[in-house]
Design a protein around this ligand. Structure first.
Ligand code: ARG
Length: 463
């Protein structure tokens, strides 16, 4: 019988060492070492529970906990030697513990498996990251509220089909972005509530024969309680998929904002100016100032959507319970977290630096007969059925188009030619200011409503 390889904890039944290439192929420590602090946190809770239940002595518990804390310090000081031949973060830390405190270290894995261990680590990690991401979202929302306050009366065209539809204010538009983020934040909160359950005790798949106290480990780790079925627990990555799905929606929102910033900063729109510090130039065209930051945010949405697809595909063919496929969940998850955080962060920094070209926005709103609906509404209020009013105004718009002026600029006498019900008071109705002020109900574009919406959100998120 050949000697079993020394270091690997699972090597008892093996007669040959792992193939060198297979060792590299199966190792995940290069990236899952990122979970070291959650892994140690989970192990400390597990050892504490084992001692409470009389499975470990208090002496053994203390030796293990102190050893784990020393390992944590070494990792944080950069003196810890990670070894790919020990596969992953869990076995690296366990082996170091055994090396440090001897045989007592071998007792830590009592009543536990890497299957419930890794599930615990990822949940702890995501719970923490979701908290940080929610704070980034809050900062971005506050930046939007500040800019919306400044631009509450800045008139611009509102679009449907990217065609001028009705006048709105820039503040109103920014509050639309804010509303999307409010939903995103709720989704994150919901996801973090659902993932906040402790897998520890599920062990490999079926639970363990030791008299463990799952409620105790759950409470030590700040979980609301233990998960239910062990088989489900070790194979469940729904929470990671759900998080990546929520992240994809957030990236989708950021990408849409980015697209608008790119359009608006073009010479064709010229609605806004991005700060020089958020743009770059061209190596050949001296006049260029390119909106690289929004372009990259728009571009990075692609990788997050890709990660969602990767995780869905990773899980779809897996029979219960744990399969090694699951090790592939880490890189997409980590990159989703990193990408999302950096995009939210740079967006929140870019918003306060943004300059609105108010005159250009106003001038654009004066083109495209933006107050045509207001004229139709005016006629309806004087007794004309809406469909007839729509037709009358359509004819007036066609006349204005032929004469190359805006509907609102037509003479009263010309307008009266389309309906005798039109009186002088129509002129106020047809102005951009009149149109906006008229939409004075909850959710409308009137500055008073936008101010109230801003105050309402401020109350909820502070600032
Ligand atoms: N590195 C593994 C992962 O990320 C840990 C769990 C390994 N469990 C096992 N039975 N091989 O999923």
């Amino acid at each position: 019988m050949k000697q079993t390889p020394y270091l690997k904890p699972w090597a008892g039944r093996f007669n040959e060492p792992t193939d060198v290439f297979v060792e590299a192929f199966t190792a995940s420590v290069d990236w899952d070492k990122r979970l070291y602090s959650q892994d140690i946190q989970g192990s400390i809770a597990h050892a504490t529970m084992l001692a409470q239940q009389g499975i470990l002595s208090t002496y053994e518990r203390d030796a293990i906990i102190n050893g784990l804390q020393r390992i944590k310090e070494r990792i944080e000081q950069g003196t810890f030697q990670w070894s790919p031949s020990l596969e992953d973060v869990h076995m690296n830390i366990e082996a170091a513990l055994i090396q440090d405190i001897g045989d007592i270290g071998k007792k830590l894995h009592t009543g536990r498996s890497r299957n419930d261990q890794v599930a615990t680590d990822i949940r702890l990690y995501l719970r923490e990251e979701i908290g940080l991401i929610r704070e980034e979202i809050r900062l971005l929302r506050l930046a939007l509220l500040d800019l919306a306050t400044e631009e509450v009366a800045t008139i611009m065209p509102g679009f449907t089909h990217l065609q001028t539809a009705q006048p709105i204010t820039f503040g109103y538009h920014l509050m639309a972005w804010q509303a999307m983020l409010a939903r995103d934040d709720e989704r994150l909160l919901d996801c973090s509530k659902r993932l906040n359950q402790s897998p520890l005790g599920a062990a490999a798949l079926a639970g363990t024969s030791y008299p463990i106290d799952r409620d105790y480990t759950a409470s030590l780790l700040g979980f609301t309680g233990p998960t239910n079925n062990g088989l489900d627990t070790v194979s469940d990555r729904d929470f990671a998929i759900e998080f990546t799905a929520v992240s994809s929606i957030i990236m989708l929102h950021l990408s849409r904002y980015a697209e608008e910033l790119i359009l608006w900063s073009s010479q064709q729109f010229n609605f806004i100016q991005l700060a020089d510090s958020f743009c770059t130039g061209s190596s050949i065209m001296p006049q260029k100032k390119n909106p690289d930051v929004p372009e990259l945010i728009r571009g990075k949405s692609g990788r997050v959507f890709g990660h969602l697809m990767a995780l869905l595909t990773l899980m779809k063919g897996q029979p219960l319970a744990y399969n090694r496929d699951n090790q592939e969940d880490k890189e997409p998850l980590f990159d989703t977290v990193d990408t999302l955080k950096s995009c939210l962060h740079v967006f929140a920094a870019l918003i306060p630096e943004l300059q609105a070209n108010r005159e250009n926005m106003y001038a654009a709103a004066q083109r495209g007969h933006a107050t045509a609906t207001d004229l139709a509404d005016y006629l309806v209020k004087r007794g004309i059925p809406f469909r007839d009013a729509h037709k009358i105004v359509g004819q007036a718009v066609a006349h204005a188009e032929r004469n190359d002026i805006d509907l609102a600029a037509l003479d009263l006498a010309v307008l009266q030619g389309f309906s005798p019900l039109i009186q002088e008071d129509v002129l106020q109705i047809l102005t951009l200011e009149g149109s906006i002020a008229a939409r004075n109900h909850v959710g409308g574009t009137a500055p008073q409503q936008v101010q109230e919406a801003i105050a309402h959100v401020r109350k909820q998120i502070g600032g």
